[in-house]
Design a protein. Sequence first.
Lengths: 465, 743
Amino acid sequence: MRTNPLQFRPEFTRRDALKGLTLGAGATLLSRFLAQLAAHAAGSPAAIRHRVVIVMQSNGLRPSFITPVGHKRKDDGKGGSTAREVVEIPLADQQLPAALEPLTPFKDRLALIQGLSGRVALGDHSGNHGALGCYSPSKVLGQTIDSALADALPAVFPHVLLGLAGDTGSEAMNYAHSAVAANKPLPTLCSPDLAFRSLFGSVDGGGKGPFDRQTHLLEFMADDVKRARTALAPEERLKLDRYVEAFESLHQRQAQIAAMQEVIKRNAPQLGEKRTTTTSSLILEAQFEIATAALIAGLTNVVTLTSGSGGQRFGKYPELGAQDLHGLGHGGSIAGKTNEESFIVLHQLHTRLIASLARKLATIPEGNGTMLDHTTILFLSDSGDGHHPQLRTWPMVLLGNLGDRLKTGGRYLEFPGYGLANHRTIGSLYNTLLHAAGKPRDKFGFDDIALKDVKQGVPLPELLA
Amino acid sequence: MQPAFLPLHSRVVGLFLCACASLAPAAPAAPATTASFVATLRPFLAEHCVKCHGPEKQKGDARLDALTGDLAKDRELLTLVRDQLRDGLMPPKKEKQPDAALARRVVATLSHALPKPQTAEQFASDQLPNKGNLIPHDLLFGQPAGEVTPPAARLWRLNSDSYLGLVSSVARGRMDSLVKPFTLIPERGLKDYAALYSMDEPTTEILLRNAATIVERQSAHDFKDGKLIGKNDTIREFVALMDPAKPPTPEQVAAVVKQQFTLAIGRVPGAEEVARYQAFYETCARDGDRPAAVRTVLQAVLLRADAVFRSELGGVADGKGRRMLAPGELAVALSLALGNKRLEPLTAAAAKGELVTKEQIAARLQAILDTPDKRLDTSRLLAFFQQYFEYHRAPEIFKEERFPFAEKASEFALRRGNWPKGDLTLVGSIHHAANLVADTDRLVQRILAEDKDVLRQLLTTDITFVNLRFKEDKQTRQPVPVPASELNPNNHRGIVGPHYVYGFAAWPAAQPVKAPADQPRLGVLMQPAWLVAHSTNFENDPVRRGRWIRERLLGQTVPDLPIGVVAQVPDEPHRAFRDRLQVTREAKCWKCHQWMDELGLPFEQFTHYGVFQKAELVVDAEATAKHLDKNGKPLGKVFTTTKLNTTGEVAHTDDPQLDGPVKDAYELVRRLADSTRVRQVFVRHVFRYFMGRNESLADARSLQEADRAYVASGGSFKALVVALLTSDSFLYRSSPTTTAQSK
């Protein structure tokens, strides 16, 4: 039952994530940033950046879809495992399940993780913010892991959130999955055109004149809106403060972007018609291309890519025959396919895009290796283990070791089942990422109160290098 | 079970309102210094609170023995204490109660001494739509009210509809490729409150791009034979400045700035403002591209705070320090109360100085409401009823599109959910949620058009629309009723259309129509759309239905589902749903469920698709166990019926007119429709919708007058709206600070 009161203002959000970047720190940051660019050009190890990409698909990812072909899990009948210790199988000799088949070229970089529970986020077809925050799906109770990682891995755009809307075409943004703090959800841009303009708009035709005018406009507006504040009580001024800050922040970014014109231009994705497409799979494709380009251009180090808008808004793919994803969850199928095959079609759509992102990063040299060597990609569903999830296990796929900080080298890991002594939760995996990214916490997420004697939200030594 | 962790603000358990019925608003106590105040407060907390919220127990994770002494730091906790005390929620009834006068003094002192909200989040969380009911009803309606203290001057961010509505007059109606910049909260209930929204960066980016697109269109042009020619739907004066060879004069720049102000904001800018925009033009024109500089300046006007927020600052203060909305503000406020665009009659009246007295305003409003023209988007009025009743959420509840008739359930189960092929007798019907919503929309509009005893009609009308839409007859040019959803018999063998849901064997062409006598329906709460919107994927949801009645009709609140509790009804398909819901009678659940379940259970009269039922269908466990093929393999479920129990109870309202058992949903809705309290709670919700905020005690008179206007007019919704839009609560603002200047 999702009947919570309205406890946030969606618009009062992202600015906070940028505060440290833009208030006062601007000049220092900029010079540090320029130094980094220079170092990058010189191939210096100081230039190495670490990146995290989170890909979250709607409508569940069943445990069997991340289990190597032929492996029999010790199923406790409720989705968990009866194994009392962590089961590990090297992937080298294993065949990946069909849903993950596109990731085969990266098998030696994968960790398929089974058995972490997330019952605390159990809800109505989606954990909503709780999926990445490790808390109840009915409220925005705290920072989600992607936002926490963005704090750990800052960039001009600290956190890029792109997605496919649950209601394709009518939603420019949603606030469905990520949050910078309690009651402060973050917007996900659901239109590739918007995403492109936001990240690459500065090189989108024009040249110096338009760029300068845009800079003047932002400066003028910040001042103009400030003037309107005088007639207001302090709490009303807050509304305009946010608007002023938005202009200031965009203005600040103009300066950073001006310093990056060449690298941005070189990397701007050529989207063609995909930029304004209304076809779901093409929207996703475009969003992945934009994300890839933004990572390569060094505009950001943390990207969240989502399909669906939480709750029962899964999105739909009429072009693939998948009109009704809810129906799919209830045994329906794409014409000519079984229910399982239909799910695999949609998973492969996502894993193919992940593979192509990884492939692209693997072609860009960085330090003694490639960008992919310093990246990790987490793939999961906001609905955990299925359309009607139990969340006793929340299947997770990690690709890449984040610069040798994670042990993902071709492993299948199965944690002990729900309630057993060595059982672990998704909060633990998230904290593992935070440790790897250099911003460790003692624990991450809220406790599942039904799990007694289980260490929750602590990092996983099994994965931490 | 361990107590679940709850963030403080969600622990405002707003119930048990009866205790404060006699709690009249106390005079504010003298301001107290932080330290001395905390010193006097401590003994009170020690006596009444610390036993359960102290070193030994920390119920609800709250600890009141360890206040820092700094009111700013303790603000959240003390706000909670104040609210609980004010609303009579704490101390619990079984504990020793504080002296009433003392408790009132503590509440008043806390209200006075607690620091004002410092952050946007604090500010918003004090004013969420679901907090409205926390003010005890009797304090608003129980005694004659004093003069309204107007709310502070404020800004109200446009919503996407009003943004596009206002922009359409600027962009000359060419709206394609403009992006909706604003999102509303996804939760149930009213959504558009002034306190809830501001601008974040992505929103601002969208506004910037929309502004560029709009100005591009306003000034679109070609050069033909060296001559500048504006395209269709452009603005001549803007186009005239697009010739790079002819630099505009400062006067020309000033003129287009003024014109854009008038279009976008509805007022002429002051000289100083114009000068700033002229200077901005010079900055932008430095690189020589003067047309582009003009366009940038025109964009800036569209991005101004007063172009994207509704300003409600008020004009000149009267003798009591109250400021009536300035005529321009008022024209916009009234226009956006009724629709999504500036309404010309109001703008014109404001310009002529004829929007000053309440009588003038009422007359203009009445005229607009009586003769809605094409410019008045009535969806804004309908949207209130959608957000209030929430029947429009029916399509969000996924259900199997085809569902079998009860008597065919066993046959259907035998086929394991596969619909039989070939010629057959009818086996089921079809669920088209969007059609159901359209029917209820139509019913609401019909009741609004008649405008008599509106709330009673909404709750108890016996007419309904059935799977209806209108098509224009090509010859007569008159709209004729046709089924909204016609089933192709080839694709839908054995399936009956959506009219079955309403109880009709054949689609009735004459509409509205009374439901069949053996399957009666009364009002919106028995419309399939409402029933579906308040159901789950496979079952009825008496809890949600009861909660709706408790909050929206009885004006009380129910605590949220505690975090960590997974609410599930046992999966026992052989028992009636009502019996399965008995799990909530366990004391720890019943504490909250007593406010909901008994109000929702009478609607077991209908299935979760909204079909009338005389008996409830359940699985016959015994027969199913025996239903095997010769190899002992189960053949599928066998269904049977169980006696339907539609009883329920209204309780805890402390209103003898309301409290007491009901035998079915019909008795329930009739009793609710007869209630003065229910009518007034409805008025409170209408107030919230049009004011964009919760009512406060200071609004009591506006509410009472609106209620009286509604009653005196024989239940006219228009009269209610006019009364609210001419109330002091709507028309006046107080000065924000003594130093602030009015604009």
